[in-house]
Write a protein that binds this ligand. Structure first.
Ligand SMILES: C[S@@+](CC[C@H](N)C(=O)[O-])C[C@H]1O[C@@H](n2cnc3c(N)ncnc32)[C@H](O)[C@@H]1O
Length: 208
């Protein structure tokens, strides 16, 4: 896949803090365009970088995107860890808080097509019942929570719908293994087939 984002969208995405390389973002956008209208679900909003990409594709096909995050960051975003951003610490609480930054992105660019849910995926899983045409997994990368998110939400991907998994590294030298294990679980379930891969992004389709 050698897709590129439009210049205005690429510029916007580049200005938002987060964890989606430009080339993988373009691959995400191209894949999402194939998901079709309906409800889409993103796990892992952070400041809205991938949300901007998915929202643009959702708009193009007439989909609506729900994005879930508690907005306090994952383990690797906490103080002393590799991906901690001091600019995102709330001075009042001393906690990492990406919601204020995401709020501006939402108000300026996303409100017509994105419904944010500020909660843990464990809480959302208790009430979620909506069939989805697209599920993007980019939340917590611990083994336990990554598997939880896959098990909890992949059941709602309709036949022909897409499961996209980010940060998939088959070689442990390249990164954590949990998303790779999620892809293996998805393929092993017989419910999904892989249709493409770009960088650390895997695109799977739910079989009928
Ligand atoms: C890798 S980041 C998401 C990056 C984002 N997709 C982007 O494009 O920049 C993972 C996010 O998952 C969120 N997260 C971690 N554990 C979570 C949980 N149990 N429930 C909800 N969100 C969680 C973190 O707060 C963090 O914002």
């Amino acid at each position: 896949m050698s897709a590129v984002l439009s210049e205005p969208l690429a510029g916007l995405v580049a200005r938002v803090p987060g964890f989606m390389p430009a080339d993988e973002g373009a691959a995400l956008h191209a894949a999402a365009l194939g998901a079709g209208a309906g409800a889409w679900l993103e796990i892992g909003t952070y400041c809205g970088k991938s949300t901007l990409i998915l929202a643009d594709a959702a708009r193009a096909v007439g989909a609506q995107l729900v994005t879930v995050d508690h907005h306090h960051g994952s383990e690797e975003n906490q103080p002393g860890w590799e991906y901690h951003d001091t600019a995102l610490v709330d001075p009042r609480t001393g906690r990492l808080d990406t919601l204020a930054t995401f709020r501006r992105v939402l108000d300026d660019h996303l409100a017509d097509v994105v419904s944010p849910v500020v909660a843990t995926t464990q809480v959302v899983a208790r009430w979620w019942t909506v069939p989805v045409r697209l599920l993007f997994l980019d939340g917590n990368h611990t083994e336990e929570v990554a598997q939880h998110d896959f098990q909890a939400f992949s059941a709602y991907v309709v036949p022909g719908g897409l499961l996209l998994v980010h940060d998939v590294f088959p070689d442990p030298a390249d990164g954590g293994q949990a998303p790779w294990h999620v892809v293996q679980a998805a393929l092993g379930s017989g419910r999904f087939e892989q249709i493409s891969a770009y960088g650390s992004l895997r695109v799977l389709r739910a079989v009928g």
